[in-house]
Ligand binder design. Sequence first.
Ligand code: AMP
Length: 462
Amino acid sequence: MKLHNTLTGKLEEIKPEKGKKLNLFVCGPTVYDHSHIGHARTYTFFDTLVKYLKYEGLKPFFLVNVTDIDDKMIARANQTGIPIKEIVDLHLKSFLEDMKALNVKFAKYAKATDFIPQIINQVNALLDKGYAYETPSGIYFDITKSKDYGKLSKQPLNELKVHRIEPDPTKRGIADFSLWKRMKKGEPFWDSPWGKGRPGWHIEDTAIAMQFFGEQYDLHGGGIDLIFPHHEAEIAQAEAITGKKPYVKHWIHVAFLIIDGRKMSKSLGNVITIKKALQEYSPEVLKIIFLQTHYKKELNYTKKVVGTAKASYERLRTLNERISEMEENKKSRKYDKGLKIILGKEKKKFLDALNDDFDSPKALTILFTLIKRINGLIEKNKLGRKNATEIGKFLGEINSFLGIIPKKKKVKLTKEIRDLISEREKARQNKDFDRADNLREKLLEKGILLEDTPKGPKARAA
Ligand code: AMP
């Protein structure tokens, strides 16, 4: 599989050293608020990628850090009067619940404050090697010492000042970044050789990643906003400490999700949390929303985009049900030999699209065109039980990494339900539509959705 590498600007093959696992580090959340669907886009993308690489026979290891101390968190604690530990515990729990709901699976997540000794060792190494310096406010990385600083974000050193800077008069250079912050009154702290303080943001990632993966590793990911300064700083720190390049072979960045053309923000009041989104529709629909747009393109979340995803989900759900019914029909003897060949060809096209920089919109188009074709064959009564098994196998395979096809829910037709269904059918035949609608609602409350088909009403799990 080939993916775009931000570092080289090229499409490059993802391949671990022979027989080894493929180490992937993704920047995790700063846990001071509930996670939103922008976060979901980034973590779902990496989770799907990991599952796909496993499907392709590789052994990815998906490590995520969690930032549990930083300026925003301290500000939140000061505004609300809630202790930092409580803020962290609540929002980390909430994040993990969201990931579970989306079936996003990390091999490991690591909290920054559990790695203070490793962070201190790295800061010490940078001081020893002359890359870092100490001021009254803390320890900083001198970016002029790192000759290729700017190589990831493709900016010449003298243009860096257009980006976010830390306005600290004690720094040598305006774009030097913080490695260790000296404690200010009332702030949480850890002891260090330089007195009480806390880590800078960038060093937590290199400390955690090197603890698990060593001095160099395969893949590093995150949202596009992290390219500069965060990931640039990580490279500078790690390569200064080890003297080995590249620190990470392949850098992968996911573009932002915006809402109705605007950035999601508290001040605009347009933040959609993962929990809120999942009250409106299923995790499968949210995943389809993400897959509809290439991961490197900005995703504009609109009602229309949600509507398209819901319709796609319905097509998948209906096909899935149709094929289970066909599989249950033991009398079926029909068999279309050509279908297996079609499925094989389309599967290849589908996988080729994913292997080409994870082109999920193209893969979905291939999938839904195929579904249309299959539905046509079913409607013409050309397929039988064995064909249904072939289709089920194909869908199961792609679903093992995409996670967009709902699990089949079994409907339990108790006597009460059967009575309600026949009562409703009578009401319908007597053109008592109010009563028929009421009974339909009653069934829905009991988790049963009725569909009227030419063969009569059909019950399925709501
Ligand atoms: P944060 O908690 O803001 O540090 O973000 C955690 C991860 O989510 C980072 O990789 C961010 O780049 C990513 N992220 C934050 N906001 C969005 C968004 N609107 N769309 C996509 N990814 C995002």
